[in-house]
Design a protein around this ligand. Structure first.
Ligand code: ADP
Length: 474
C-alpha cells in the first residue's frame, strides 16, 4: 500500500492469480479500516497545500507522470497481461489509453475557468469560481486495471483534490505499478494514497461514511454502485458511478453486413467480452442475416485463445471461475430455450489452458427475450444475435433494459442514423463505429448504468464545486 508517501506492507497478505494459468504470481498487502483511515488522514493533511497549488503546477506533475508511464509502457502491459489476462497487444493499447488521461487532464487543468454573470442590479456583480470538491475516495475494477485508475486520478488531481484509491482485489499489481509512477513523478506526499484489500467491503464502507471524504468515484457493477451510492447518501457526498451495461447493436437492412459483422466481432470480444460497453444484444435485420452471420462466424472461429503473452493470441481467459460459470450458464439457458449455437459453446480445456478460465468464443443466433442472455450482462465471450423484421419495433426493443451505457447502430441512411441516435436511451452511441471511447470524449451511462461522466471536459466537472460571489459596488 502507498500511504502518506510511504510503501507499507502488512502481515496479512492476499494472493494475486494469473487467470491464464491459475498460478499465484504475487502476494500483496491486505488493508482494512485502519489503513483506510491512515490514508484518509494523509489525504486530508495534503489537501490544503495541494488544493492551493496553481493549475500550472498540478499540470506539470501530470505531464511528468504521463511521460514516465509511456517510458514504462511495455513493462506495464506485460504485468497487466499476467495479472488480468488480456493479450499483450490489448494491454499495450490500454496502457496508452490510460496514459492519455494523464495528458488530457494535464491540459484541462489549465482551463478550469470561472464566469462573470450580468446582474439585474446595476451595482451588483456576480463572479463564479470553480473549486475542488475535496478528498476523493476512488474504487476501480479489474477489467481495465490501469486506465480506470488514471481516468479518475488524473481529473481529481487536475482539479486540486487528493485521493484514496482502492483497486480491485484481482488486479492490485497494476495499481501498485501506477503508484510507483506517481511517486517517480514527484507528486507530493499524501496527495495520492493506495489501499489494497482482499475484502472490499470495510474499505468501501469507510470511504463512503468517513466525514472527511467529499466525493466517491466508482467503476464496477450496478449492484455495488447502488450499494456505495446508498452508503454515501446520508452525508450527501458527490458520487460518480460508471456501472454495468447491456448494449444493443442494431444492424439495419441498408447496412453493409460484412462491415457490421467485423465491428461486432471486435467490440463483442473486446477484453474477452469483459467490458461494460460490449454488445449484449445484436439485432440484425433478417434480410442481411446470412452474410452477417457468415462473417461473424468466420471471425469468431479464427480467434486464438490462450496465454496473452504468446504471439498471435487474440482472446484471453475470463477473470475467474464465477465469470466462467456465468457465461456457461447463459449459453446453456439460451440453448435450452431454443437458441442456435453456431460457434463455441464450451469451456476450453485443451492442454496448457486447463488451469486457466478459458471459454470458447461463442456465437448464438435466434436469441429471444425469454433467455437470460437477453437481460443479464454477460461479461464474457458469447455473442447473442436476435434477428428482426420490423424497423418500427427495434428502438423499443433496444431501449427495453434498465441499463443505458453504450449502443451501436449500423446503417447507411443518415436520417435513420440520426433519428435512432436521438431515440436510443443510452449515454454513448457508436454509429457505424465500435469505439466511441477516448480521453477527449465523455464516457458514461444513463438509467442504471451510472451517474456522471469520465474523460473529456465533463470528467473534470465531477471533481469541481461551483462557488458564487455576489458583490455589491458602492
Ligand atoms: P465486478 O462484478 O466487475 O467484479 P464489482 O462491482 O464487484 O465488479 O467490483 C468493482 C470494484 O468494487 C472492485 O474494486 C471491488 O473490490 C469493489 N467492491 C465490490 N464490492 C464492494 C463493496 N461491497 N464495497 C466496496 N467496494 C466493493
Amino acid at each position: 500500500m502507498f500511504i502518506n508517501g510511504q510503501w507499507i506492507q502488512t502481515k496479512a497478505t492476499f494472493a494475486v492469480i494469473n487467470p491464464a494459468t491459475g498460478n499465484t504470481i504475487a502476494r500483496v498487502a491486505d488493508g482494512g479500516i485502519e489503513e483506510t483511515r491512515l490514508a484518509i488522514a494523509a489525504a486530508e493533511n495534503a489537501y490544503s497545500s495541494w488544493s492551493a497549488t496553481t493549475a500550472y503546477e498540478r499540470s506539470a506533475y501530470l505531464y511528468r507522470a504521463h511521460q514516465i508511464m509511456l517510458q514504462e509502457k511495455q513493462a506495464l502491459a506485460e504485468m497487466m497481461t499476467m495479472e488480468q489476462g488480456k493479450p499483450l497487444k490489448a494491454a499495450t493499447t490500454e496502457v496508452q489509453y490510460g496514459a492519455d488521461f494523464l495528458l488530457w487532464f494535464a491540459e484541462e487543468a489549465k482551463r478550469i475557468y470561472g464566469e462573470t454573470i450580468p446582474s439585474s442590479r446595476s451595482n451588483q456583480r456576480f463572479l463564479v469560481q470553480r473549486q475542488p470538491v475535496g478528498i476523493v475516495g476512488a474504487i476501480t475494477p479489474w477489467n481495465y486495471p490501469v486506465s480506470m485508475i488514471t481516468r479518475k486520478i488524473a481529473p481529481a488531481l487536475a482539479a486540486g483534490c487528493t485521493v484514496i484509491l482502492k483497486p480491485a482485489e484481482a488486479t492490485p499489481l497494476c495499481a501498485i505499478a501506477l503508484f510507483k509512477i506517481f511517486e517517480k513523478a514527484g507528486i507530493p506526499t499524501g496527495v495520492v494514497n493506495l489501499v489494497t484489500a482482499a475484502d472490499p467491503v470495510p474499505v468501501g464502507h469507510e470511504l463512503c461514511t468517513n466525514q472527511s471524504i467529499r466525493k466517491i468515484t466508482f467503476t464496477g457493477s450496478t449492484r455495488v454502485g447502488r450499494l456505495l451510492a446508498t452508503e454515501a447518501a446520508p452525508q450527501l457526498k458527490r458520487v460518480s458511478m460508471e456501472l454495468g451495461g447491456h448494449a444493443p447493436f442494431i444492424v439495419f437492412a441498408d447496412a453493409n453486413p460484412v462491415h457490421a459483422a467485423k465491428g461486432a466481432a471486435l467490440v463483442k470480444f473486446l477484453n474477452t467480452g469483459q467490458a461494460c460497453i460490449c454488445p449484449n444484444r445484436i439485432y440484425v435485420h433478417r434480410r442481411i442475416l446470412t452474410p452477417f452471420l457468415e462473417t461473424l462466424s468466420e471471425r469468431i472461429t479464427a480467434m486464438q485463445a490462450g496465454n496473452g503473452l504468446k504471439k498471435g493470441i487474440t482472446i484471453g481467459p475470463l477473470v475467474n471461475q464465477t465469470a466462467l460459470d456465468k457465461v456457461a450458464n447463459q449459453v446453456e439457458d439460451a440453448r435450452a430455450k431454443g437458441a442456435e449455437l453456431l460457434v463455441g459453446g464450451r469451456r476450453i480445456l485443451k492442454q496448457g489452458l486447463e488451469n486457466g478460465f478459458f471459454y470458447a468464443p461463442t456465437l448464438l443466433s435466434e436469441v429471444t427475450p425469454e433467455m437470460l442472455i437477453y437481460r443479464e450482462e454477460t461479461f464474457g465471450p458469447a455473442a447473442a444475435v436476435i434477428p428482426f423484421d420490423d424497423n418500427d419495433d427495434i428502438i423499443g426493443m433496444a431501449n427495453d433494459t434498465d441499463y443505458g451505457l453504450a449502443a451501436y447502430i449500423y446503417t447507411n441512411d443518415i436520417n435513420r442514423a440520426i433519428r435512432t441516435f436521438e431515440q436510443l436511451k443510452f449515454g454513448m452511441v457508436g454509429i457505424n463505429d465500435i469505439n466511441p471511447t477516448s480521453a477527449a470524449a465523455p464516457f458514461g451511462g444513463i438509467k442504471q448504468s451510472g451517474l456522471g461522466r469520465e474523460g473529456a471536459r465533463a470528467g473534470l466537472e465531477e471533481y469541481l464545486d461551483t462557488k458564487l460571489a455576489g458583490i455589491a459596488l458602492s
